[in-house]
Design a protein around this ligand. Structure first.
Ligand code: ATP
Ligand code: MG
Length: 390
C-alpha cells in the first residue's frame, strides 16, 4: 500500500498502527508522498519498546508529546501515540494518550489531514476528508473559531494547504473565523510563524493564498513591514526557482522598513544575509559585464548576484536579466591572488602594515577588473611598500 521500507516495518512492528496525516492525503491525491508519519494506540514507551524489539533504531525525539523517531536503512519515520487534548492555550496543547482513533483525528487541523490508513490498506476517514480533498476544499475539523482559539497557527496552516490543495472559492466559514482570529496570531512564537510561512512560500504558486491572507489581515499581522504581491507574481512569471527566501525577498514591499525582519523571524545569519543581498540591487544595476561583473563577483557570492537579478526582474526594472544571470553563471569567481604569507615571503616586515598594503593592492586589482595575476600583484605590492616606507 505505501510500499516503502521503513514505514512498512514500523506498521508491522506495532499492532493497530496506521499511517496518518500528510502521507495519506498525498497518497489519495496522487501526489508524491514525502515523510510518512505513523500513529499507534499505545503509550510512547510501549511504542519505543516494540520498535526496538523489531530491530529498529529508536530516537526519543519528543517523548513528552508522544513522538519517537524510528529509523531503518537511514529512513526516519515519526511515530506518535494517539492523543487527545486536555488543555490548549492558543499555542500549545497539553495532551493525554488515548486508544480512540476518532479522538486523535478530531484534534487534527483540517479534514484532509485527519485521515489514516491501516496496514491492510483500509482508509479511516471520520470527517469527510476524502471528499473535501477531491473537491479542493480545505475545511477545519469541527468549528473553525474553536479550532483557531486552540492554536492560532492553524490560521497560517489554512493558507498553506489552501495554496496546495484548494480549488475554487475558499471555505467561507474558515475565512470568516480566520478574520476574527487575527489578533491571536501575536501570541505565536516567531519560529513557528516562519516555519509555516516558509512552507506556504514553498507551494508551487502561493500568490492567490497570499492575496486572501492579505485580505483577511493575516499577512499584515505576520509581515507588518508591508508586502507587494505584484512583485512576487513577477518573480513567479520570470520562472525563478521555488525558494522561500527568494520569494520573501520579493514579497516584502520594495523600500519597506525591514531592518527588524530577520531578528523578529529568528532567521539564521545565512538567511538574513541572503535576504539582504537579494534586495540590495546596487551590484546588479547597469547589468554589469566584463570588468564590472568580475568586480561584483569578487565582492559577492554568485548566488547573491543571481538573487538580486531575480528580484530586479520581479520588480519590472528594465534590462535583460536572464542574460545577466547567464553571464553570472558562466563567469568564474575571481579570487585575489595574494595572501599574508605571500607578503611575508617577499620579505615585508610582519605587522599590521601588511594588511593595509594587501588591502590597497586588492583595491588596485579590483579597480583594474580582477585580471592581474599573482606576479603582477606582487609587483604592485612592492611598489606600494616602497612608497609607504618613504
Ligand atoms: P506536509 O506534507 O506539508 O508536511 P503535513 O500534513 O505532513 O504536510 P505537518 O505540518 O507535517 O503537515 O503535520 C503533520 C500532521 O499533523 C498534519 O497532517 C495534521 O494532521 C497534524 N497537525 C500538524 N500541525 C497541527 C496543528 N497545528 N493543529 C492540528 N493538527 C496539526
Ligand atoms: Mg509533514
Amino acid at each position: 500500500m505505501l510500499r516503502r521500507g521503513a514505514p512498512d516495518a514500523v506498521l508491522a512492528a506495532l499492532p493497530g498502527a496506521r499511517a496518518v496525516g500528510g502521507a495519506v492525503r498525498d497518497l489519495l491525491a496522487g501526489r508524491p508522498v514525502q515523510d510518512v508519519d505513523v500513529a499507534a494506540p499505545l503509550p510512547p514507551e510501549a511504542i519505543a519498546a516494540r520498535l526496538r524489539a523489531a530491530g529498529l533504531r529508536v530516537f526519543e525525539t519528543g517523548l513528552a508529546h508522544g513522538t519517537v523517531t524510528a529509523v531503518r536503512d537511514h529512513e526516519p519515520v515519526e511515530v506518535t501515540s494517539l492523543r487527545r487534548d486536555v488543555a490548549t492555550d492558543g499555542r500549545h496543547a497539553e495532551v493525554e494518550w488515548t486508544t480512540d482513533w476518532r479522538e486523535d483525528a478530531a484534534r487534527r487541523d483540517f479534514t484532509i489531514n485527519a485521515m489514516s490508513l491501516d496496514a491492510e490498506g483500509a482508509l479511516w476517514d471520520y470527517f469527510g476528508g476524502r471528499e473535501d480533498l477531491a473537491a479542493g476544499r480545505v475545511r477545519f475539523v469541527g468549528d473553525p473559531a474553536t479550532r483557531l482559539a486552540e492554536d492560532y497557527l492553524r490560521a497560517l496552516r489554512f493558507f498553506r494547504f489552501q495554496a496546495r490543495y484548494g480549488r475554487g472559492a475558499p471555505d467561507p466559514a474558515a475565512v470568516a473565523a480566520i478574520r476574527v482570529a487575527v489578533p491571536g496570531l501575536a501570541r505565536l512564537s516567531a519560529e513557528r510563524v516562519w516555519m509555516e510561512l516558509k512552507r506556504l512560500l514553498a507551494a508551487p504558486d502561493p500568490v492567490a493564498a497570499l492575496a486572501l491572507m492579505a485580505e483577511t489581515g493575516v499577512l499584515g499581522a505576520v509581515l507588518p513591514e508591508g508586502s507587494d504581491l505584484a512583485v512576487l507574481a513577477g518573480l513567479l512569471r520570470a520562472g525563478a526557482p521555488v525558494d522561500p527566501l527568494l520569494r520573501v525577498a520579493a514579497l516584502v514591499a520594495p523600500g519597506a522598513a525591514d531592518a527588524g525582519l530577520a531578528g523578529r523571524l529568528r532567521w539564521s545569519a545565512a538567511e538574513a544575509a541572503r535576504y539582504a543581498a537579494a534586495r540590495s540591487l546596487e551590484p546588479v544595476r547597469g547589468l554589469p559585464e566584463g570588468a564590472a561583473l568580475r568586480r561584483a563577483l569578487a565582492e559577492l557570492p554568485p548566488e547573491a548576484l543571481t538573487d538580486a537579478a531575480w528580484i530586479a526582474e520581479a520588480r519590472g526594472l528594465p534590462g535583460d536579466w536572464p542574460a545577466l544571470r547567464a553571464r553570472i553563471a558562466a563567469m568564474p569567481r575571481p579570487v585575489f591572488p595574494l595572501q599574508g604569507r605571500d607578503a611575508l615571503a617577499m620579505g615585508l616586515p610582519p605587522g599590521p602594515g601588511i594588511g593595509q598594503l594587501l588591502a590597497a593592492t586588492r583595491a588596485w586589482w579590483l579597480e583594474r577588473g580582477c585580471r592581474d595575476d599573482a606576479e603582477a600583484c606582487r609587483i604592485r605590492l612592492r611598489e606600494l611598500a616602497a612608497c609607504a616606507a618613504i
